[in-house]
Design a protein around this ligand. Sequence first.
Ligand code: 4AD
Ligand code: MG
Length: 460
Amino acid sequence: MPPRLKVRHALASAQPAAGVEVAGWVRTKRDSKGFSFLEVNDGSCLRNLQAVVDHAVPGAGDLPEILTGASVRITGDLVPSPAKGQAWELKATSLALVGRADAAFPLQKKGHTPEFLRSIPHLRARTNRIGSALRVRSVMAMEIHRFFQDRGFAYVHTPVITASDCEGAGELFRVTTLDPASPPKGADGKVDWAADFFGRQAYLTVSGQLEGETLACALGDVYTFGPTFRAENSNTSRHASEFWMIEPEMAFCDLAGDMDVAEALVQHLVRAALERCADELAFFDAYVSKGLLERLRGIVAQPFARVSYTEAVELLLASGQAFEFPVRWGENFQAEHERWLTETHFRRPVTVHDYPASAKPFYMRRNDDGRTVAAMDLLVPGIGEIVGGSQREERLDLLEAAMRAHGLDLEGYGWYLDLRRFGTVPHAGFGLGFERLLMLVTGEGNIRDVTAFPRTPGHA
Ligand code: 4AD
Ligand code: MG
């Protein structure tokens, strides 16, 4: 068997090639007198390779059974194509039907709604739309590593199972091996978690940050890139119960440095998508989100806006806009507020910094004004928040006070406080939501369509 030639490489070939083998799934078949034309897609790129099959070649007898969705293996010669829009086609010398697909195959030629495609997650990656999103996802994952590795960050792995609630929002999925029908109970009639697998309550992580901090306070600059879980009952187009997060953590770094890295990362990823996923982005621009390419070029063409939370509140109050939720200093912004700032006012990505302490978790560094913390959120048009981060409180007494104020049990966080007891350093980091980033670069409006197997409330 000759080595299989990927369609991607066939279409980019510099010269004709004899005796190559291509394998993939048939998108369409057209019959004419003496010949059939098969559009073959192997997932290596958006485009199909057209194979011209003479009805006299070995295997051509199977053609009547080769329908949309069937898998085939074709050997032949790569020759210049007379057809418009493609440089090469495959002149078959033999055809093999590998796996039949009958007329029940749900992805026939006609267009399909994203809702329909979500009902067949095991097949929808064979469409241009989902296939493209997943190829972009792969390239972006690689570029995330490139960005951090080029800057000397260590890639670290923080645990998926954890005992702490980093964000303090109580959106945790419990991990347990106790029998839900008859859990062991203590004298007080409550579940005896000491009898559980880990000897205590355990959860799926909502963020690797706290463990990331311990590693940054040893290795300097680190990043995690892994799955995170939130039992948040928000059924929106931007929330998933399982999503991937990129979390850098940097020792000897303040909020300004943190914002610089976040903005540089987002710009790097958009630039890489434009360069490395040109076909996919052109497809999304044409069929999913008109004007995508122009918007993405705008994102890399100029620095992002920066505004303090307090200034942003003033802008929102002065906007004359009738928001559903009133704007009040001290509260987190609602999506409508974020979108007004980035889409209407600044018309580009904007980093909002120095939020009120009352709206943020315990670990953020208190500012000298006594009421704000060194936090930042990066907002982008069409989505809103894609990055959340902060400088961390590195002063032991202030951290303990903040933890008490948030009602945390200091006992359980002795290890976290030790970082402030032994060689404490100013440090900062952030979390970039990977799927939100993918929504930005693909123009997809729903997080379910940039995730192969989305998990959302009621759906697993
Ligand atoms: O703002 P968040 O909650 O920040 C943290 O978890 C920090 N501990 C990160 C850090 O500083 N290391 O989440 C960070 C980002 C959000 O900006 C958003 O992009 C994404 O994670 N995100 C979600 N993405 C999809 N579905 C959800 N339910 C998400 N929740 C957060
Ligand atoms: Mg956030």
